[in-house]
Design a protein around this ligand. Structure first.
Ligand SMILES: Nc1ncnc2c1ncn2[C@@H]1O[C@H](COP(=O)(O)OP(=O)(O)OP(=O)(O)O)[C@@H](O)[C@H]1O
Ligand SMILES: [Mg+2]
Length: 372
């Protein structure tokens, strides 16, 4: 029993949305947002888009930015896109003390013969933009009396319906025009950007700050490992630190997995000195989790031909040209383009700056190569 109480806690957080012991390489995004809060209405950091592949830290970033807003005494509403997003936003905006709209919560007031309550009508898709805008204004009226503002964050934006996005964008745009104290951050997979930007109705989002969360530099991973191990009472030598850091490829989810399993390996030997075997075993275990949590789900539901396209991509060590992939598949460029589009839409691959394609998640290439 005593032994259990004395046990140290593993500081790494290899779970979706789990706040890591050290948030590596994201200072600029946080500073941008924080400055936006300081600099008052109209500051650019107040409308932000955060994109990145699975496991790059979008959800964690929303949590951290929400904490920044709370530190400024702002109200924070955190939502994840799925059916009924705007309805939930309206309810959250109104549930705050003193703002409950009596008409909306009284289901007995119905339109004659329709059986539809006034509340339901207000929440109908057609009325939603207006309802959301009013709910936001009412909340801001109260907050601004206390010099506070309102931050809204939307996670998994790529899953939002167009109608919900339009309602949110118009409501926010209205508040900004009225010079209200409001901030909004959308996080989602990279495809969300083109969806949002291509939409003529949501053009004002084009002026938002866009932050792409990429992999972080290995040297920063190494420093963060050194500090996290040290802070939790583990010692590790420089060469092993290098090996551990390199194995993550700077991919945030992998950083937590590798750290976690190395720490765990030493801890299960009841040692505070990390040895070479701990590092090898930690990396091995991290790969098993990564395969299960990222690689297998990414490939799940793909057809044989989708997979053939990916396998043709995996031949290169980096991005591939579309024409080259078609050649490797022994197919026409048109045939390959169909699968390219399917895989882009499924967020399994992404376009690089030069118009080539690459895996959206690192390690997928390695996973496919191992299976071939
Ligand atoms: N900057 C960072 N430094 C170190 N670890 C990080 C960083 N950002 C995120 N992580 C870790 O990466 C993992 C994934 O983070 P998170 O769930 O926020 O990613 P995500 O982009 O939201 O993924 P998904 O697209 O699957 O929702 C978590 O274990 C988290 O602790
Ligand atoms: Mg997430």
């Amino acid at each position: 029993m005593l032994h259990a109480c004395n046990r140290r806690m593993n500081p790494f957080k290899p779970t979706a949305g789990g706040e890591p012991p050290l948030l590596i390489g994201r200072e600029r995004v946080i500073r941008d947002f924080d400055k936006g809060l300081d600099n008052g209405v109209g500051a650019p950091g107040r409308i932000m888009l955060i994109t990145g592949a699975r496991g790059t830290g979008k959800t964690v970033m929303l949590t951290v930015l929400g904490d920044k807003a709370r530190a400024h005494k702002w109200d924070v509403i955190e939502e994840t896109a799925s059916d009924g997003l705007c309805e939930r936003l309206v309810n959250e905006l109104r549930s705050k003390e003193g703002l409950i709209d009596k008409l909306t919560i009284a289901p007995s007031i119905s339109f004659a013969g329709t059986g539809v309550s006034l509340g339901e009508a207000e929440l109908s898709p057609k009325r939603m933009p207006e309802t959301l805008r009013k709910a936001m204004s009412a909340r801001l009226d109260v907050l601004e009396k206390h010099d506070a503002g309102l931050m809204i964050s939307i996670d998994e934006t790529q899953a939002a319906s167009r109608a919900d996005l339009i309602a949110i964008a118009t409501a926010i745009q209205h508040q900004i025009r009225e010079r209200r104290n409001v901030a909004i951050v959308f996080a989602g997979l990279p495809q969300m950007i083109s969806d949002l930007f291509d939409d003529e109705v949501i053009t004002f989002l084009r002026r938002a700050r866009t932050n792409v969360l990429a992999d972080v530099p290995i040297s920063d991973v190494k420093k963060a490992f050194a500090q996290t191990f040290e802070d939790s009472g583990m010692s590790i030598d420089n060469e092993l630190l290098d090996k551990a850091a390199v194995s993550t490829a700077g991919y945030p989810y992998m950083i937590q997995l590798v750290g976690y399993y190395i720490w765990d390996a030493a801890d299960s030997r009841d040692s505070t000195m990390i040895c070479e075997e701990d590092v090898s075993e930690g990396i091995r275990e991290a790969h098993v989790d990564l395969d299960n949590a990222v690689c297998i789900p990414e490939l799940h539901g793909l057809s044989k031909n989708d997979r053939a396209y990916l396998e043709a991509m995996a031949v290169s060590d980096g991005p591939s040209e579309t024409s080259e992939i078609a050649k490797r598949m022994g197919r026409s460029a048109k045939y390959a383009a169909t699968y390219r589009k399917r895989l882009l839409d499924a967020y399994v691959i992404q376009q690089t700056d030069r118009g080539e394609v690459d895996f959206a998640v690192p390690f997928l290439r390695e996973y496919l190569r191992r299976r071939l």
